[in-house]
Design a binder for this molecule. Structure first.
Ligand SMILES: Cc1cc2nc3c(=O)[nH]c(=O)nc-3n(C[C@H](O)[C@H](O)[C@H](O)COP(=O)(O)O)c2cc1C
Ligand SMILES: [Mn+2]
Length: 478
């Protein structure tokens, strides 16, 4: 459950590069982008300009499928689709394990309280050129308790650094943390909140998955780890915070009638500064706990297909698991495409079992909790298509989908202010919704057997030919 163990693992696999002397102001962000575009290693920044040695930032921590595989404890030599399959199996069989309260842990090595609180004492990057400020919270965990039900939610929502003791908290409509803070505000109260900046990937992971309302992310962490997550009871909020968190804050989020600040713009995951700048709620920080030589985990959203974080691997696995839990048969693979930021284009391959099966799968992929949030296109392909192979998916779409027959659109779906397609009129009206398209790129079930044969040479003929001609044409050898 310790981020530092994971860093050691990456280091031993030559998947971690240490860099000294970079500037928090745009330089860390630009290095992160250039390196991620080349599928580079995780980057651990130390001796950041103007900050003491040991106050670190790590980016691209999970920038490739392989590093997610390492986080899941899988062999380091298996490919992306295999990682999705194994992760899906893990998620499907997972049983929740409640966290265990401990009295102390590494996070208590340093504490700032009251007037001593100083969020500027951490080397928080300004990630992109047009960002409205520095963002400490990208791959973070925001912890809140429902004032009615008493259950604790953890979500990843971006956090801007306004000043020593003030943070900006942006969450899109429908998010659990947002619903909870609104419930406090409705009672005229500030919402107690804790936030974690830096945690082990498996401790962080459930907070970016869309679990059902009432379902505990911290219990999912226990299931993933195979042991209860160790938490400390926050002194001010009573909220459970990970004992091995790198930097953890406690504070409160007052109603917007009491205080707001301008938030954004921020370079966002669809590849734009979509939501611009708005007044948003703030967190008044009352207490900071942090480990010796703390490491902020930074995941600046990048213009796709770069991502700084291959969360699409986990989302693919989770959507697959959610569809299977509905009892729908024949799912052979799920792939959330990188160019869609892992959300705008989901491809599912199936072995069709009955007429209407493909449409059912498309609707399930669109409506299951993880798939419902902020999507645009769902494409269903047959079992002969690898959903992670973009060119094959496009070939299937071009050759098996008759648009008038096989494309359906659905309006008024759940989206976010980040959505670049939201028109000025819709934004002004507060109509944060978009439409979805389901594209069936599979052979129609009822005449599948009669669908024209594919004109590619058989595996046997290809093999024979390769063997016979490889001396003259070495390029043919695999
Ligand atoms: C790196 C990263 C950053 C994210 N930033 C935000 C954000 O700023 N605001 C937001 O509403 N959702 C953000 N999300 C998506 C939410 O974490 C996700 O929708 C999750 O389901 C929210 O938790 P909840 O379902 O408990 O509300 C982000 C996800 C990731 C992976
Ligand atoms: Mn939740």
């Amino acid at each position: 459950m310790d981020l530092r163990k994971f860093l050691e693992q990456l280091d031993s696999l030559k998947e971690l590069e240490m860099l000294e002397g970079a500037d928090w102001n745009l330089e860390i962000g630009a290095i992160t982008e250039l390196s991620d575009e080349k599928n580079g290693p995780a980057l651990l920044f130390d001796k950041i300009k103007g900050y003491p040695a040991g106050h670190r930032v790590v980016s691209n921590l999970l920038g490739t499928p392989r590093r997610w595989g390492v986080a899941f404890g899988l062999p380091s030599d298996i490919g992306p689709t295999e990682i999705v399959l194994r992760a899906k199996q893990k998620l499907t069989s997972l049983r929740p394990v409640a966290p265990v309260e401990v009295s102390t842990g590494p996070v208590l090595e340093n504490v700032q309280e009251g007037d001593d609180v100083d969020m500027l004492s951490f080397p928080v990057p300004k990630w992109h050129e047009y960002d409205g400020g520095r963002y400490i919270g990208t791959a973070d965990m925001i912890i809140t308790r429902d004032p009615q039900g008493g259950w604790v939610n953890v979500g990843t929502y971006r956090i801007q650094l306004h000043d020593r003791r003030t943070l900006g908290w942006f969450t899109s409509p429908g998010q659990h943390g947002r619903q909870m803070r609104e419930a406090y505000w409705a009672q005229g109260k500030a919402c107690p909140v804790a936030a974690v900046f830096g945690a082990h990937p498996l401790v962080w992971m459930p907070s970016f998955l869309t679990l059902p309302w009432g379902s505990s992310e911290l219990e999912m962490v226990g299931g993933l780890l195979g042991e209860p997550l160790q938490v400390i009871k926050g002194k001010l909020t009573g909220l459970p915070v990970p004992a091995h968190g790198e930097i953890v804050i406690e504070g409160e989020c007052p109603p917007p009638t009491v205080e707001t600040r301008e938030e954004g713009p921020f370079g966002e995951w669809p590849g734009y500064y979509g939501s611009g700048v708005r007044k948003e709620a703030v967190i008044r920080v009352k207490r900071v706990m942090y480990r010796r030589n703390p490491v902020i985990v930074g995941v600046p959203p990048l213009k796709p297909p770069a991502s700084a974080n291959a969360t699409y691997i986990v989302k693919s696995a989770q959507i697959w698991s959610e569809i299977e839990k509905l009892g729908i048969p024949g799912i052979k693979g799920v792939w959330c495409n990188r160019s869609g930021g892992g959300r705008y284009l989901t491809i599912v391959s199936i072995e069709q079992k009955y007429a209407g099966h493909a449409r059912q799968v498309a609707m399930a992929a669109m409506a299951c909790p993880t798939g419902a949030q902020h999507g645009r296109f769902v494409v269903v392909v047959d079992e002969d298509i690898d959903p992670s192979n973009e060119e094959d998916v496009l070939w299937a779409l071009c050759s098996r989908c008759d648009p008038a027959e096989h494309i359906e659109t659905v309006r008024n779906c759940w989206t976010t202010p980040l959505d670049p397609t939201l028109s000025p009129e819709k934004r002004a009206a507060g109509n944060i919704s978009n439409s979805r398209a389901m594209l069936l790129a599979c052979k129609p079930y009822y005449w599948k057997k009669d669908f024209p044969r594919v004109n590619r040479a058989s595996d046997e003929l290809r093999e024979q030919t390769r063997n016979k001609w490889k001396a003259r044409l070495p390029g043919l050898a695999r």
